[in-house]
Design a protein around this ligand. Structure first.
Ligand code: ADP
Length: 210
């Protein structure tokens, strides 16, 4: 279980603060919705360790992860944009999910790209990809990291429904098969409806189970 337990945070130390509470079981996806500026990225930054909460806890399987620096946290995160190194090949970008020593020819990389429908792009520099292709490359790398907590911020941006549908299924399948604890932010109600086991909305700085 991933427990976000009475987690509070404020950017200015004042009263315009946030209070987050969520429970996500192994193999489950929580959808996270709310208007722009609601605090979705703030919550991801707290879980990933880029921000420090004022109080509360984030625990995985009963153990707090708050004391761990970002690089040691059991977390894979896909940001909304700017996820790739433009000068590296598609394959090299995906291989980074396996660690800095991994090769672009690693069969886990070729398989991940095949699952995204991007086998032909393996040698192409990221700068030469379309927005939707970049998004899939970044998602492939995030999934390859294989960490217990998976945070996806608008993972299907720039993808038409025909492209997005099998990728939603793939993410759903991988979360279940690996017992990851996932949070997916999306403005597309279809993403939430097809993927989420539970849905939270951030309103007035607070998470509400809906
Ligand atoms: P969302 O991801 O839901 O669009 P954010 O978490 O990015 O929302 O932002 C939540 C609120 O916090 C917004 O009002 C935003 O202006 C504010 N905010 C975000 N980052 C900072 C920051 N670094 N310093 C001060 N305020 C910030």
């Amino acid at each position: 279980m991933l427990e976000i337990d009475r987690l509070t945070f404020s950017y200015d130390g004042g009263d315009t603060g946030f209070a987050f509470d969520m429970r996500i079981g192994p193999g489950e996806i929580a959808g996270l919705v709310g208007p722009s500026g609601a605090g979705k990225s703030t919550l991801f930054d707290l879980i990933a360790g880029f921000l420090e909460p004022i109080s509360g806890d984030i625990a995985l399987s009963g153990r707090s992860i708050l004391g761990q620096p970002p690089e040691d946290r059991p977390v894979s995160i896909l940001f909304q944009s700017d996820n790739l190194f433009d000068h590296l090949s598609t394959g090299a970008n995906v291989a980074l999910g396996l660690g800095s020593a991994a090769r672009a020819t690693d069969e886990r990389v070729t398989e991940a790209l095949a699952q995204m429908g991007l086998s032909a792009m393996i040698g192409r520099r990221a700068a030469q990809l379309s927005g939707g292709q970049k998004q899939r490359v970044a998602l492939a790398r995030t999934l390859l990291r294989n960490r217990p907590v998976l945070l996806l911020d608008e993972p299907f941006t720039g993808l038409d429904n025909q492209t997005a549908a099998p990728i939603r299924d793939l993410v759903r399948h991988m979360v279940r098969a690996n017992n990851w604890h996932a949070i997916v932010v999306s403005h597309q109600s279809q993403d939430i409806e097809t993927m989420a086991d539970s849905t939270y909305r951030i309103e007035n700085g607070r998470t509400k189970l809906i």
